[in-house]
Design a protein around this ligand. Sequence first.
Ligand code: IPM
Ligand code: MG
Length: 356
Amino acid sequence: MTEYSIGVIGGDGIGPEVTAEAMKVVDAAADVFGFSVRRTEYPFGTDYYLDHGEIFPDDAFEEVKGLNAVYLGAIGDPRVTVGMIEYGIIARMRFDLDLYVNLRPIKLYDERLCPLKGKSPDDIDMAIVRENTEGAYAGMHGFCHKGQPLEVATQTMVYTREGVERAIRFAFNLARERNKKKQVTLIDKANAVRAQDIWTRTFAEVAAENPDIKTDHAYVDAACMWMIKNPEWFDVAVTPNLFGDIVTDLGAMLQGGMGIAASGNIHPGRVSLFEPIHGSAPKHAGKGIASPVAAILAGSMMLDYLGQKKAAAAIEQSIIDLLKSGRIKGVNTGDHGTSEVGDMVVAEVKSVAAQV
Ligand code: IPM
Ligand code: MG
């Protein structure tokens, strides 16, 4: 039987609660589809840092490199400096494992979850390929005369030819695999951020090598407008790191909010990281009322990445069935108990699997 080794970081706030449900569903799918998942649980997050003075010990980081995938619940806690734990865990994995694509599907599973008038699941089905290791996130920043009236703060957006090209190639391959509109939209701001000309040129070169895929372009401000006005225009979009961060929150709202949006931080062929897009929501932690749907869908993305396509599809279909039939009333905090939703998905995965 195929066995996968998975690292699991529940993290902060609601992270551990939603992760437990996601793992319950992954285990059920493994059972039904005949593979096994060996989990290594890591206790990292803010509590661990406050107790041990270390965020992500190096020996654990080395161990993670040998796994098939890592699953992360959520990170972030107001007790520590903004961004510190996020950088020590999420950003460290993105950068040091070279997870160069952040894949964020935006798919409307049920019409009633969409805040737009007159848009149906046929209209909202896109995937954003966010470049994940460069741009404004590359860490090249500094201050001088800090705290003085003359203070200067800079942060350099970094684009390498290789970094840009591999994200763009991933997007073209994805558009072909999805086999929907077979279209890739480049979202940039090359009219103002002139260094993004490297995106314009690289995109044109990769497009020329992929004549079966249509191309489109939108400046990021206009892309925000079109995603609301005509979301059906999008299939796959590729964009620099910071814009990807922003447009995927907007995209999450189109599909029903943070309670349903999932993502994969991917380096094809290597250990990759899967997580819901939402944060740790400390004020809801420990109450058992957070929606685990985004976390469960991140589990589905992980299984898809590992090659368990049927198991991944069965989980996704289960969520669709439960939403469409109204058994999952909504994906907002308090709509259901966290484990109640996990249990419903487990049962549905078993019945969906019996039908295929
Ligand atoms: C995301 C988050 C992160 C990001 C934060 C937590 C650093 O917003 O995954 O979208 O900006 O990438
Ligand atoms: Mg974000």
